[in-house]
Design a protein around this ligand. Structure first.
Ligand code: ASN
Ligand code: ZN
Length: 348
């Protein structure tokens, strides 16, 4: 829809005051839509489980100021969502050279206030939308509009558009199982964390924890350095024969842990005030090659070498190919990829 690109001010729940690209649609009317990012737009699902973007209500403003940093304004969560989607698209473009979820320059859409008592967020590919619940009032007491969750969910869109990793089994409750599905969840956490590091918002300091701003009793939802510290979903540290049929969030720990070891190495480390102590299955010491290189390797593996059935063993091969392309087969980067997988019990 038409409008003049404008710069608005958002008062978010989680990231303080942020600038938002908006559209001026009348003498005193603005729309929460970002033409500079492929018409990225956030709408209000109105507490209903609407699954079409056309069923969402656009957010408008008379003064181009959005939200009030509290839940008394329905716009507040929309500010976080719009900021998070913009930050994720910027990460993919600047760091990985990917222009949008489908690499077609089209923006992403989000709907906040999805359903009632929904303690989850989803990428819904039929809609091309992020759907954010406001929390279930039990485990999740806040809207799930945080940056790493946004990066996670939009990465599911990127995975759909690339390797399209699929679960090997879905049960009657829609729980998904298997290594390719676990790899999908893991990549969503890996790039979700990388979005946080790239964005580096002072109110949302980056780390290898997922969902740490949601006020969970466990303090984080999942984490990459030592995934088994998660007791909510029972995320695992290492490959085992059970990996072939783990629930995908639990199974995600295998490759998330490999990525962390590749980036940061094993053992104790404090990064940005968070203490990590990453173990290895084989007792080896891994020296990390840095987050930037690890991220490039995993993205190249995802976008060039993984397919819908890629399991952890294949993921090891895919990341080794990517490391060969980027750094050479005799490089320390290649050797560290090999060590990192061995350290989570994924060997030749
Ligand atoms: N938050 C969950 C996830 O992205 C919801 C889902 O899509 N099953 O894994
Ligand atoms: Zn996921």
């Amino acid at each position: 829809s038409a409008g003049i690109p404008s710069l608005g001010t958002g008062n978010s729940l989680f990231v303080g005051q942020v600038q938002l690209n908006t559209l001026k649609t009348g003498s005193s009317s603005y729309l929460l839509k970002d033409a500079s990012r492929g018409n990225t737009e956030t709408r209000d699902a109105g507490g209903r489980e609407v699954l079409q973007f056309s069923q969402g209500k656009p957010f408008t403003s008379t003064n181009n100021t959005w939200g009030n940093s509290a839940l008394s304004s329905r716009q507040t969560a929309a500010v976080d969502a719009q900021f998070g989607v913009a930050s994720t698209l910027d990460f993919y473009k600047k760091v990985l050279g990917r222009n949008g979820i489908k690499n077609d320059g089209v923006g992403a859409r989000a709907m906040v206030h999805f359903g009632t008592n929904v303690g989850n967020a989803f990428w819904y590919s039929d809609c091309g939308c992020m759907l954010y619940g406001d929390g279930d009032g039990q485990t999740f007491t806040k809207p799930l509009v945080v940056l790493d969750v946004t990066g996670h969910e939009l990465t599911h869109g990127v995975v759909d558009a690339t390797a399209n990793l699929q679960p090997t089994r879905v049960d009657a409750n829609d729980n998904q199982f298997g290594e390719a599905g676990s790899l999908n969840e893991s990549l969503a956490d890996i790039f979700g964390s990388a979005v946080e590091f790239q964005t580096n918002n002072p109110k949302n300091p980056p780390n290898y924890l997922m969902g740490e701003k949601l006020g969970l009793a466990q303090t984080f939802l999942r984490r990459l350095d030592k995934p088994s510290l998660d007791k909510l979903e029972g995320t695992v540290d290492y490959w085992s024969p059970a990996s072939y049929d783990t629930e995908v969030h639990a199974g995600s720990g295998v490759s998330s842990h490999a990525y962390y070891l590749l980036a940061e190495g094993s053992g104790q480390k404090t990064i940005g005030g968070v203490n990590y102590d990453s173990p290895t299955y084989d007792g080896s010491t891994v020296t990390g090659i840095g987050r930037d290189k690890a991220t490039q390797i995993f993205y190249r593996a995802l976008s060039r070498y993984m397919v819908s059935t890629t399991d952890f063993h294949d993921a090891r091969t895919a990341t080794l190919k990517a490391a060969t392309d980027l750094y050479g087969a005799n490089s320390v980067e290649y050797k560290t990829v090999d060590k990192a997988w061995a350290a989570v019990n994924v060997t030749v």
